[in-house]
Each structure stands twice: as C-alpha cells, then as structure tokens.
Ligand binder design. Structure first.
Ligand code: MN
Ligand code: MN
Length: 337
C-alpha cells in the first residue's frame, strides 16, 4: 500500500540534490546582514545601525546591528533610556553581507570590508571610496544625520517605527545636529525629529537635547586626555597625507581650556601612533558657538594655514561648529593639491 510521505521527503526524491542544496541555502542558511557604522562610533553610527537593521528585518531580510568600537557615554545614556543593549563590537566582516551606515570612507570602514559582500549604504556625508562587487542599495542624503535618512526610509516603505526605536533615532538626530545648532542641520532633520518625538512619546524635544549634552559634558570631565582626543577622531586620506580631525563638543569648554597642555601632548602621541601628517583638534563650545582649534603633526603649518589659524596651540574661531562643512573641505583642498 502506498504510504503518504510528508511533501518535503517526496521533494528529496524528486529534486536533484544540487538544486535542493541551493534552495536550502537560500531559504535557511542565509546569515543575517550585519549593519555597522564607522570606526570610533558616535551616537548616529550606532543608532543608525540599529535602525537600519530593524528596517531591513521588517522588510523580510534579517539584519543585525554591530559596532566597530565601544559606545560613548552619550550613546549609552540614550540606549539605556529607551531600554536597548549596546550592539556587539565586531572587527571582522569577511564573507558576511554588510550594510554600512554613517560613512562611506574605507579608512572608517572595517579593515576586511574587501572580503565581505557590501549590499547597502545609508549615509549623510560626502561620498567616500568604498567599492562593491555586486549591485548595492545606496542612499545618501545631504541632511544632518543618518537617522534622518532612515526615518524617511521607514516612512517611504510604510514600516512603522517602534516607539522605543523612535526615541533612539530622535536621540541620534539631536546628537548629530547638536540639537539643531550645527550648520549641517536641515529642515528635513527637524521634520524627522518631530515625527520621531511624536512617535516616541518624548514630548519636550529641546529638553531631551539638553539632557544629552549635559550627560555627555559631565562624563567627559572624568576622562583622560588620550580618551578625550580619541572620542570623536576621524582619519582622512587627503592626497597622499593622512589627516586626523578630532572634535570635542561641550556646553562650556572651560574645563578643557585648563587642560590644553595635556591635550596637545596627547595629540603628538596620536600623530606618532597613527602616522598622521597633521592632526586638528576642534574643541567646540556649543553655548558660545565656536571652536578652539589646535594643530599638531609634521605638516601642522600647512593645516594651520588652510584653517586660517594664527596660534597652532589654540586659536578661537567663532562660528566654526562643523568638521564636515568647515574643517574637512579647506584641509582637503590644501592636502589634495
Ligand atoms: Mn558619525
Ligand atoms: Mn552622522
């Protein structure tokens, strides 16, 4: 008598093994996409990785957030406030499908990115030099944060954002735009932030922004000079030069002014360690809207000239708030020549 077999067992009989393997691989064995922000991650890099992973997963392509380094105190404050864990720190991505967020420069991407499968890129910076071997989704917008880009994508694709995730993304926008004070802020950031605030239940947005800045400020006072200059350091390849630009943002930079000698020494150490031709430190005063700029390295004079700095050990430049808009372009201009 014919005994009925489950359909999958019949499938094994009829479908060639090769085809079956392919099918099983495609359906079951696909590793999740890993979503990761830049080295030395800031709040936008980590939260945008979480948000992009949530969006991809909601659209049916399982994804997980990773980080290329420890979360800074501000990021930890926001994650804790909305009940999130810090994404696992991971350095190697070979063979994985990868989405990059908040950067597209190789120098800021995982070292083994060439051996991974880059499948997506969500960013709000100048287009960098990463490459992909296969077709890839690239969404780069001239807005104040990657979280803004992602809020728009959630809306466009009709995916609802969980209230705690909305809170996180609001935190990322407020962080990257320094509560809309940064010149990188656009109207789209304000609209995205308001939408997220409504969704998250964080009604007093300005208050939340101030809370973030104060939490960060207080924690910075406990850090040593080396940690401070490494908090938000980005290294750029400009022409044949490696140029590091570090930014420390505070409500009131008084406590940092008292530590200029130590910070300057930490810069010299960093220049040697990372083999930089020049390093700029911007100590940005959010309340007074300007930055104290310091320059170190064998080509410090050239960097100083590019930035119109008279004293390399500390020149106040009123209105200078954005690395991306006000420091990178003149330096790139000078070093790429
Ligand atoms: Mn960033
Ligand atoms: Mn960003």
């Amino acid at each position: 008598m014919h005994r009925e077999l489950p359909w999958c067992v019949c499938g094994v009989r009829w479908v060639s093994t090769g085809f079956l393997t392919l099918w099983v691989t495609a359906v079951f064995a696909q590793d999740p996409i890993l979503v990761v922000g830049h080295k030395n991650p800031d709040t936008d890099a980590i939260i945008s990785a979480i948000a992009a992973a949530a969006l991809k997963s909601a659209l049916g392509d399982p994804a997980q957030a990773r980080s290329q380094g420890d979360a800074n105190p501000e990021t930890r404050f926001i994650l804790k406030r909305f009940g999130y864990e810090t994404p696992p720190v991971q350095a190697t991505y070979a063979k994985n499908r990868v989405i990059l967020v908040d950067h597209s420069d190789r120098a800021q991407a995982p070292d083994d990115l060439d051996r991974a499968h880059l499948v997506g890129l969500f960013d709000h910076h100048k287009l960098g030099d990463v490459q992909s071997a296969e077709p890839i989704e690239v969404i780069v917008m001239p807005v104040g944060s990657t979280a803004t880009v992602l809020q728009e994508l959630f809306a466009q694709r009709g995916v609802a954002i969980d209230p705690p995730l909305a809170g996180l993304m609001l935190g990322a926008i407020l962080s990257d735009t320094r509560s809309f004070r940064s010149p990188t802020t656009t109207q789209r950031d304000r609209v995205a932030a308001q939408t997220l605030a409504d969704r998250s239940g964080v009604l007093r947005m300005e208050e939340f922004g101030r809370e973030l800045l104060l939490a960060y400020n207080e924690q910075m006072k406990t850090m040593n000079d080396e940690t401070l200059i490494g908090l938000d350091l980005k290294v750029f390849e400009m022409g044949r030069a490696k140029v590091g630009i570090s930014q420390i943002e505070a409500f009131d930079i008084g406590f940092l002014r008292e530590r200029l000698t130590g910070l300057r020494k930490a810069m010299d150490d960093q220049v040697r360690r990372s083999n930089l031709q020049a390093m700029v430190l911007a100590i940005t005063d959010i309340e007074r809207e300007g930055s104290l700029l310091l320059v170190a390295g064998p080509r410090a004079n050239q960097a100083g000239k590019a930035l119109d700095i008279s004293d390399l050990d500390g020149t106040w430049r009123s209105g200078v708030m954005s690395r991306k808009k006000q420091l990178v372009p003149p330096l790139e201009d000078s070093f790429s020549r």
